[in-house]
Design a protein around this ligand. Structure first.
Ligand SMILES: [Zn+2]
Length: 322
């Protein structure tokens, strides 16, 4: 079935005479997601994807999106922008759409939970969900309280903390910056449950690596070009997440495949995607874009245009996918 048929058929009625609205966070976050190879592969492997009842308003739009990704017709000029508008109108009927990219990401992933494989497993859980356990071993009374597992779509880190650690240590890997920041999270040995009240370091344990690993950077307001450059310079396109979590083998490597950024001056988000060994800055409402080049060029680009990287999408490096 040609996608234009399904897309145009559904959309003319769905969109009706609605004025073209635009949400740059949705546009760029969606593009960053559909640039992830593991996600595209899973869409191809699960072509009859919807096994739950979903809000009726969103389902046809999601079906159009997923069909177009699988058939690659999403790259045809005009198809993506139509799907984007359709999805925006559909999502707005259920939720008010946020303008913050991290909130948009959660809205998108929550609306994808009806996407399940033949075993009934949520593919969002399998691809994106990080099951993390915090462990504390009290250095004074030796208590080891059990905390429940926490599910999330990745980790959230303050951009200024990244900058501060980078400036303090100079030559330090991005993943070690993240580790240092997270080591700063302390926990009290809880007196209420029989503990001694000592402050302890928390260890983060995961037993399973999600194929996609997301890092969200939280920014203050009005960072200078220098501050944005210093932060972006600290980011690396390959990270070994076994340095971040206990319970993993050494060299559990992930590579950055796409990124959502935000320009405060222009009030617009951007999406960078890694394609054919170079970075592309994707145009508004399109999956086409301009070549930016190497990761170093991306760092320069972000600094010069005061673009704050907000969401980093990493996927497991190929050697791990066997
Ligand atoms: Zn204690």
């Amino acid at each position: 079935m040609p996608v234009e048929d399904s897309v145009s058929g559904n959309m003319e009625s769905a969109l009706g005479g609605a004025a073209a609205r635009y949400n740059s966070a949705l546009d760029m976050t969606l593009k960053a997601l559909v640039s992830i190879n593991v996600l595209k592969q899973d869409l191809k492997n699960n072509k009859q994807p919807f096994r739950d009842n979903l809000e009726e308003q969103v389902l046809p739009a999601l079906q159009s999106l997923f069909t177009a990704v699988v058939s690659e017709e999403i790259k045809t000029e005009g198809v993506y922008s139509l799907i984007l508008r359709y999805l925006l109108v559909s999502l707005e009927k259920v939720n008010s759409m946020p303008s913050d990219s991290a909130e948009v990401l959660v809205t998108i992933l929550e609306s994808w939970h009806c996407w399940r494989n033949s075993e009934g497993e949520s593919l969002v859980n399998r691809l994106f969900t990080l099951e993390e356990n915090e462990r504390m071993n009290c250095r004074k009374c030796r208590r080891q309280p059990n905390y429940p597992d926490q599910s999330s779509y990745g980790i959230v880190i303050a951009a200024d903390s990244i900058r501060n650690v980078k400036c303090a240590f100079g030559d330090i890997k991005f993943v070690d910056i993240l580790k240092a920041i997270r080591m700063g999270y302390k926990m009290l040995c809880d007196i209420k449950t029989g503990g001694c009240g000592t402050t302890n370091v928390v260890h983060h344990v995961i037993s399973r690596c999600p194929p996609i690993f997301i890092i969200v950077l939280e920014w203050e307001k009005s960072e200078t070009e220098k501050e944005i450059t210093e932060t972006t310079k600290a980011l690396e396109w390959e990270i070994d997440i076994s340095r971040l979590f206990k319970g993993l083998e050494q060299n559990t490597n992930y590579r950055l495949v796409s990124m959502v950024g935000y320009s405060e001056e222009e009030g617009e988000h951007i999406c960078m995607a890694y394609e054919k060994n170079r970075w592309i800055n994707l145009r508004r409402e399109s999956l086409a874009g301009e070549v930016v080049g190497s990761w170093e060029s991306v760092v320069r680009f972000c600094g010069e245009r005061k673009i704050r990287p907000e969401i980093l999408f990493y996927e497991a490096a190929p050697s791990m996918m066997d």
